[in-house]
Ligand binder design. Structure first.
Ligand SMILES: [Zn+2]
Length: 169
């Protein structure tokens, strides 16, 4: 460890031939009789020599062609992923529609046990829509209410995503 308290900045100024002439002379005088600072100056010299010995690398002449060759491959990959992304939601919509119909069917059986439902069915609305129509109406009415009650959450989530978009870039 370097226990010498002499300023490293002064030594750097001496190395890079910066600062005032008087400061450089002071540093030179100090280095002359301080082995620790002499070692430090030697390290700076070695580092500088290594950096200058580093060969300057030129890009290969066919670098641009290699980059261009990679571009169509990237586009093909993107095209392949498109059908997967577009088919998946359609399947999901189909499945959820089937789930809705199944649920309406089950709900209709359950609601038959409620006396109020029996009287609703025998009313004018029940005559027009039928048993399943009435159940579907109730199902979508409840669904709409649930969606409306969730909309503040959805809006808040949307806002939060907007806030995070600039951070991702
Ligand atoms: Zn010193």
């Amino acid at each position: 460890m370097n226990s010498c308290g002499f300023s490293k900045n002064r030594l750097l100024e001496l190395h890079f031939n910066e600062g005032s002439g008087r400061d450089r002379q002071t540093a030179r005088d100090h280095v002359a009789h301080c082995s620790q600072c002499r070692d430090y100056m030697a390290t700076l010299d070695q580092t500088n020599q290594s950096l200058q010995a580093w060969p300057r690398e030129e890009p290969a002449p066919d670098s641009w062609e290699k980059v261009l060759f990679q571009l169509p491959a990237l586009e093909e990959e993107r095209d392949e992923s498109k059908p997967v992304l577009s088919v998946f939601p359609v399947v999901l919509i189909g499945l959820s529609a089937l789930a809705c119909l199944g649920f309406i069917f089950l709900l209709d059986n359950v609601l038959d046990f409620i006396p109020l439902w029996q009287s609703l069915k025998s009313s004018v609305v029940g005559d027009v829509l039928g048993s399943y129509g009435l159940t579907a109406l109730l199902f979508f009415l409840v669904g709409t209410l649930i969606t409306l009650s969730m909309s503040p959450v959805i809006i808040l989530e949307g806002d939060r995503q907007d806030l995070f978009v600039p951070n991702k870039q």
